[in-house]
Design a protein around this ligand. Sequence first.
Ligand SMILES: NC(=O)c1ccc[n+]([C@@H]2O[C@H](COP(=O)([O-])OP(=O)(O)OC[C@H]3O[C@@H](n4cnc5c(N)ncnc54)[C@H](OP(=O)(O)O)[C@@H]3O)[C@@H](O)[C@H]2O)c1
Length: 351
Amino acid sequence: MSMQHPASARPMVAIVGATGAVGVDLIQCLAQRKFPLSDLKLLASARSAGRFMEFQGRQIPVEELTENSFEGVDIALFSAGSTISRRFAPAAVASAAVVIDNSSAFRLDAGVPLVVPEINPQAAFDHAGIIANPNCSTIISITPLWPIHRINPIRRLVVSTYQAASGAGAAAMDELRESTRAYLDNRLFEPRVLPHPYAFNAFSHNSDVDPQSGYNAEEIKIMRETRKIFGDETMRISATCVRIPVLRAHCISVHFECEAPISADEVSGILQGAAGVKVVDDRQRNYFPMPRDATGQDDLLVGRIRQDASDPTGRSVAMFVAGDQLLKGAALNAVQIAELLQAKSQVAAMA
Ligand SMILES: NC(=O)c1ccc[n+]([C@@H]2O[C@H](COP(=O)([O-])OP(=O)(O)OC[C@H]3O[C@@H](n4cnc5c(N)ncnc54)[C@H](OP(=O)(O)O)[C@@H]3O)[C@@H](O)[C@H]2O)c1
């Protein structure tokens, strides 16, 4: 199924959570990529109803999300947390909209495709009303790995994240700004959003820790989602997720072991032409991917590509990735999925 409503040249799009960190970037991505929509509906909580947000020079009112918000909507981009997705996505689907969901509510459900357009675009068409956008650290870790995996399957993967405030929403970004000011002014600051002092600190990811395995929910998402997207339940994966005081781009140290020997040069060559990836790997100048450079960029920056010295078989490579997690990690990936649906519905309409 490509789109539930009869194929329309210009679908009506709704954003649920339009005022949030991801929502604001969804509006920008739709505008910058000139997504061919007929109208844009902005939905959020009652707190934001009546506020106006700009889209392509127009001021659009934010409306309160209700079960009746989806009449006439073709594509609903959900970005207001799992509870809201579970409660309102069924209403959107019942109204014949296709939901592209940024939350973790449905990602692992059978029958819900989990899509990174550079990896498994075809999966987007095999939906029953809901398509899930993967976790931001999953997308940033695995987009550069896919072209390698296709040539020389990856059997083992170890990732360590350095995650920005933006992954915890707009309020966490404010907390980083405010707590940094307070720290520099020698004022006390009581954390409200994150569990630990954020300025000049780093701490284990703020998601719940599974008491049995010791992995936190973010780490478990990366491990499970990667297997689902790659379609390989046998891949051995371990993740360590850490929050660092950076505003909006995640960094990830990635170590992978392939089935057959592979050199750092081969990996570099594969990544030079890979979709959604830019190699930044200047050993002479010690210039590698940084969150400052990744911020605002659609491409993921990949560098520090080197043979993993801990594997004498020559099958392992280490690298470092930086990606704007509000863009490729969330809003951009969701809009790319909407573009896939739109392109398919146009082809169907012409047939
Ligand atoms: N941040 C990321 O990079 C990222 C990446 C991937 C996925 N996600 C997922 O995307 C979702 C949103 O994340 P975010 O970072 O954008 O969060 P955020 O900045 O906290 O924004 C939350 C949004 O949800 C809306 N909302 C909250 N309660 C609502 C309600 N009862 N009814 C309608 N709208 C409601 C808020 O509206 P008000 O302004 O009216 O409160 C706001 O627009 C989460 O599921 C998150 O896990 C986030």
